[in-house]
Design a protein around this ligand. Structure first.
Ligand code: PSV
Ligand code: MN
Length: 379
């Protein structure tokens, strides 16, 4: 790919930012107050819009319900648009309601399961009002002790709930099934891995696909392989970007294993044009910036993603194929390493300069008066 094409692709590459990445978040030990954090969905949209103003890399704002509940969703949509952004994936929350102690969509208590289904219908209605096309489902249901549930019965109930929900989706809506191998269920989780999500998405039809969150695998899992196989089967629908050292740490994307992230992008590029507005995959940051200031943390994350995407575009995919055909293992690996080891920061600087953006947004945001005014205003 020539340099101008690479620059064009980097320029058009955009990712959804999570509303929850701007608000207060923490660990299960404590959520510290960080100066400047957003206090409601309107402030979160303001922050996303500000990040977009200095990066031009934000495609939309993903929302979490009920965290981002408002009276008037049409007004919320208009507000986002006025600010130059829009509402992205809608994430129903099945992990904080007291009624969900023993499960939500798989609960054996009819009333509670109905409540979880109705709550999801409400989210679909929010999607209609905000013009969102992605229902992003992470279902924490499972069990904490051996013997607590009958696996098959719980799975059946979940499948039945999901069938009812799928029927409710409009033609142009997609439901994503995010898996996670443990937590908060520490013994068994119903949607614990990509195979289980894939199996259900196959059962549920074309409107249902799988979402990969980078923090949701056991140590050592080859995530790029999962990306490749799910994409090949047309079932990879979404991504949650973050990074992990131990478990689901929600660290800054690219901060722990940037080479792994690069290899993931290499696979994504084989199936998707990530720079296209109409791509068939939802790319979303999913991080909680425990001790970092929120706005700079999101800018830093987007910068990491842009760097990785740029490197992945430098791979000579034709040569890689040839080397693979010849079983030239050393050359194949060198092709990847050659792209990965290139310093792409100058390319990024040029792209930003051409768009009239700060050439180093991470540095810029820390010095920006607009940012410090936000911090001051919010106390
Ligand atoms: C669960 O760990 C998860 O990755 C899901 O995507 C949630 O919606 C998100 O984190 C926010 O807590
Ligand atoms: Mn996630």
């Amino acid at each position: 790919m020539n340099l101008s094409k690479i620059k064009e692709k980097i320029s058009n590459f955009k990712v959804e930012v999570p509303s929850w990445g701007f608000g207060r978040s923490g660990t299960r030990f404590h959520a510290f107050h960080i100066p400047g954090e957003a206090r409601n969905i309107y402030e979160k949209i303001d922050d996303a819009a500000f990040v977009n103003k200095i990066t031009d890399a934000v495609s939309a704002v993903a929302i979490h319900i009920p965290w981002d509940k408002v009276e008037d969703y049409k007004a919320l949509k208009d507000y986002a648009e006025e600010k130059g952004t829009k509402i992205g994936a809608v994430n129903p929350n099945y992990f904080q309601d007291e009624d969900y102690l023993f499960g939500s969509l798989s609960n054996s208590d009819k009333k509670i399961r109905r409540k979880a289904i109705e709550q999801t219908f409400e989210c679909i209605e929010i999607m209609r009002q905000t013009d969102s096309k992605i229902l992003s489902m992470w279902i924490p249901d499972g069990s904490n002790y051996p013997g607590q549930i009958d696996f098959k019965r719980s799975f059946d109930l979940l499948e039945d709930s999901l069938k009812q929900i799928t029927k409710e989706l409009d033609e142009d809506m997609t439901m994503l099934l995010e898996y996670k191998f443990f937590e908060p269920a520490f013994y068994s989780t119903l949607l614990c891995d990509w195979g289980t999500s894939y199996m259900l998405s196959k059962e549920l039809g074309d409107k249902v696909k799988v979402l990969i969150d980078l923090g949701h695998h056991p140590q050592g899992t080859n995530i790029e392989y999962i990306v490749s196989i799910l994409s090949y089967k047309g079932k990879l629908g979404g991504f949650h970007f973050n990074s992990r050292k131990y478990a689901d740490d929600d660290l800054t994307v690219g901060s722990i294993d940037p080479y792994e992230l690069f290899l993931i992008f290499v696979e994504l590029n084989k199936y998707f044009d990530l720079s296209s507005e109409n791509q068939d995959i939802s790319l979303v940051l999913d991080q909680s910036h425990n001790v970092k200031p929120k706005i700079p943390a999101v800018v830093q994350s987007l910068n990491n993603l842009q760097i990785t995407y740029a490197k992945s575009l430098l791979v000579d995919y034709d040569q890689l194929k040839q080397a693979q055909e010849k079983h030239d293992v050393i050359v194949a690996e060198e092709i990847l390493k050659d792209a990965y080891e290139k310093d792409v920061r100058d390319i990024l600087r040029e792209v930003r300069k051409e768009k009239g953006l700060p050439e180093n947004p991470v540095k810029f945001v820390r010095k920006s008066d607009e940012y410090w005014e936000v911090v001051k205003r919010r106390g």
